[in-house]
Design a protein around this ligand. Sequence first.
Ligand code: UD1
Ligand code: UDP
Length: 357
Amino acid sequence: MVGARPNYVKTAPVLDGLAELGIERVRVLHTGQHYDETLSAEFIKRLGMREPDLNLGVGSGSHATQAGAVMVGVERELERRRPDVVLLAGDVNSTMAAALAAAKCRVPVVHIESGLRSYDFSMPEEVNRVVTDRVAELLLCHCDEAVENLAAEGIGGGAVSMVGNTMIDSLLRVRDSVDAEAVLRSHAFDAEGYCLATLHRPALVDDPGALQGVIGALGEISADLLPVLLPLHPRTRARMDAAGLAPTASLRLTEPLTYPDFVALESSARIVITDSGGVQEETSALGVRCLTYRPSTERPITVSLGTNRLVGRDPEALVAAAAEELEAGPPGGEVRIPLWDGVAGPRAAAAIAARFG
Ligand code: UD1
Ligand code: UDP
């Protein structure tokens, strides 16, 4: 089951791994949480993922509206098909709601990217992670910290499997196939380099003052340090329009980028500024400096072993940190987080086959 942009990137390698094992009786259900072409159909196509067999079309709404619609649609489908397992990824509302529906239908849940914790329950994703992990029967982890977090909640033994980061399988495959030079040329970036930014967390973009602060900081960086490209998530675009924010002309805004274009620009950026979960991981795997505009992260391994730095939610600190990182130059040495190696999908598929036959 998939529902939102980051789900596809994490799930596709596991579907490929299952196919390699000869497990062909797979149906892909899309909840329709994300429905814009750029966040859904076009994204899936450019990622090269198998097309969904069914889209529930739940769309946008409050948390309860969205989760309720997913539960009703998933329950109906599970009763009709009685699958052996339901495969879910990440921490979006669709994941949590499908996990609950499956648990109540007594269909085992496999959770890709289990065990991440920010310990900040003001984030909807933290609620989604904890609930999904609590009802999952096979918890696939991508780092030791995740395994330890689950152990601290009394979840362990044969239910937990450390398979590595399936998102990095997609990343490395697409990075190696995209014509990065052509993508950079199409954005007219020169040898001086550029910064790639993404912002979409409600705690930031739904607060007009906080949003104005970060857009101002990105404007300052783009005017004084280096060009900044900000592909706008629809939530962010809507909040900027509602707040009547007019960024400085030097800050370049675009629609959400296709996955290959985003990966190409991310791989070659001098720095990335983000509040995304997945982008913290991708930059660490690529060895690109990342400034995370959040007070906490559920992915501390990207700070301890990767290239990530938490800068809190302070516009002045962001501008200062960007200047420091640019001064420091590219990170030295190879960045290697264990099992973020491009073959986590086959390991995840093997764990599923071993557990459920
Ligand atoms: C969701 C996830 C978040 C994830 C993000 C990935 C939850 C609670 N949040 O956030 O964890 O990081 O996806 O991108 O599940 N909208 C559109 N077109 C779309 C989808 C959404 O215009 O195709 C707009 C709507 O105005 C909608 C708003 O974006 O109300 C938010 O969409 P929603 O799916 O609720 O959450 P995201 O912010 O996308
Ligand atoms: N991404 C993309 N185009 C964009 C922004 C992000 O392809 O314009 C990809 C990015 O490479 C990563 C995923 O979307 O694989 C991350 O999704 P997002 O930041 O929306 O969600 P999160 O990871 O925060 O849940």
